[in-house]
Design a binder for this molecule. Structure first.
Ligand code: ATP
Ligand code: MG
Length: 468
């Protein structure tokens, strides 16, 4: 077990695959406080490297120190590679780590989110583990260790399994990174107390997103029991072995932890950074339409990500979609500044078309298209092992007033070919998705749909947008 460090070197894997030292990060403030802030300095060579880029908008390349500012626990790009509630609990249990820098340096190097890596003064990677990343077939062992940990009964060996499984990905639910076919995949499972099979619902929502023409990662659902399953999604911040830079919308917009920004703010900001602003704005618009139609409860700025390429930051594939059975409880990102956070009306999204550089007709057509392509959501849910009864109990959320309003929108826009008959198009797509999954055994879940809790993972250690 190593002693906490006062500073670490930060390297970044550039889009061309070269890894260069970008700077140094140090702890500032009382070393015993978990809230210790960070100070980062770029190296001169990185500032002048023509391939270099600002690691996040709040870390502009300058020769001076860059400090965490009030209203933020950490700096954008560094924060996005840090553990969140689940990862911090694991690291805290197994190490003396307590400060922000400790958490940053204890993340498993092999699976760390994005393209940053940390090294000590001798050049040794921090967070390097002796064991290789677990294989997908080790998941049962990982889940058993997570369950023991949640019950406070884990052995040292189980704690090691969880630390090896990776602690970087944000979020509150237990997670692990595993290898599948030689590539990294994120495995996400429900908490032991969640009996309504939230991962099957998340898989359903991803399948609907894909059907709606939204960019989704490759994913699969592995069934553990009648009421629980594991969602696997291919890590989009990796291209084989190459690490791809990642920041959240929270970092891209440099918003403070407790301040709410709207989707039109995000649409404006991404236009400054995206190499293809109108494509990304239209894609964001489509994702918001889906969020409103299926009442996604997890609709906040850390649930939109951006990937780095040579020319800027582009929207990552979609993730963390969770339909809520009590749509009026969805507290989410407002569409426009000062807009509703509860019970958002999809017509307001259509009316905000200018912010997304869309005409009113095109905006109406996208909204209608998303609704039309996702009308067979119950069949999709059932194909993921959700019982028809449990699916029915979500009808109010997924077949709510926004779907009706969306389907009533008219426009002179032709949806992409193949989408004119939503049912058959969706059925065709389901075939491509391999639904039901090809690695799990499928079982109905008679008790699924009970005990849905709202807003898991909100208000966690990173002070994220409490419920937004
Ligand atoms: N397929 C993927 N590839 C790479 N990174 C991913 C992928 N899916 C999710 N992530 C990253 O992992 C983080 C955690 O995932 P996710 O948001 O799905 O989990 P969560 O526990 O439900 O979060 P929350 O507590 O906000 O609900 C995301 O914020 C994103 O940065
Ligand atoms: Mg999330």
């Amino acid at each position: 077990m190593r002693e906490p460090l006062a500073s670490a070197d930060v390297s970044v894997v550039l889009p061309d695959g070269a890894e260069v030292q970008a700077g140094t990060v140090a702890s500032e403030g009382a070393s015993s406080s978990a809230a210790t802030s960070l100070v980062f300095r770029y190296t001169d060579s990185y500032v002048t490297d023509p391939r270099g880029y600002d690691l996040s908008p709040d870390m502009p390349r300058t020769s001076g120190p860059i400090r965490t500012w009030s209203g933020r626990e950490t700096l954008g790009a560094l924060g996005d590679s840090m553990p969140d509630a689940w990862g911090k609990r694991i690291i805290r249990a197994g190490t003396p780590a307590r400060t922000t820098l400790d958490f940053l340096t204890h993340v498993n190097d092999a699976t760390r989110q994005g393209a940053l890596r940390l090294r000590d003064a001798q050049g040794t990677y921090l967070g390097a583990h002796n064991h290789p990343v677990a294989e997908v077939h080790d998941l049962t062992r990982i889940v058993a260790a997570a369950r023991a940990f949640e019950a406070g009964e884990e052995t040292d060996a189980e704690l090691q399994i969880l630390a090896d499984a990776g602690t970087s990905a944000g979020g509150a639910r237990p997670k692990a990174t595993v290898t599948k076919g030689g590539e990294l995949w994120m495995a996400k499972f429900a908490r032991e107390t969640e009996f309504y099979d939230p991962m099957a619902w998340e898989a359903t929502a991803l399948a609907l997103a894909k059907a709606a023409g939204i960019h989704t990662p490759e994913f699969d659902l592995v069934r553990l029991s009648e009421s629980q399953s594991i969602l696997l999604s291919r890590r989009f911040d990796r291209d084989s072995d190459r690490r791809i830079g990642y920041i959240s919308a929270h970092s891209l917009t440099t918003k403070s932890d407790n301040h709410t920004l709207s989707y039109s703010d995000l649409a404006d900001t991404l236009a400054q950074y995206s190499p293809a602003p109108s494509d990304d704005q239209a894609e964001l618009f489509r994702r918001i339409a889906l969020n409103l139609i299926i009442s996604n409860v997890d609709d906040h700025f850390r649930n939109h990500g951006f990937l780095r390429d040579h020319n800027g930051w582009s929207l990552s594939p979609v993730f963390d979609l969770e339909p809520n059975r009590r749509p009026d409880h969805v507290e989410a990102t407002p569409i426009v500044e000062g807009g509703e956070r509860y019970g958002r009306d999809i017509r307001q999204l259509r009316d905000a078309h200018d912010a997304f550089r869309l005409s009113r007709d095109d905006a109406s057509a996208i909204v209608r298209d998303v609704a039309a392509r996702t009308t067979d959501w119950t069949q999709v849910a059932v194909s993921y092992g959700i019982s028809p009864e449990a699916a029915e109990s979500s009808r109010r959320a997924i077949d709510g007033p926004n779907r009706e309003r969306a389907l009533a929108m008219t426009a002179g826009y032709a949806p992409p070919s193949g989408a004119s008959n939503p049912r058959s198009a969706a059925q065709k797509r389901r075939g491509q998705l391999g639904v039901p999954g090809n690695s799990g055994q499928w079982a109905r879940t008679p008790e699924a749909g009970t005990g849905h809790d709202d807003g898991h993972g909100h208000g966690d250690g990173l002070g994220r947008d409490a419920g937004a």
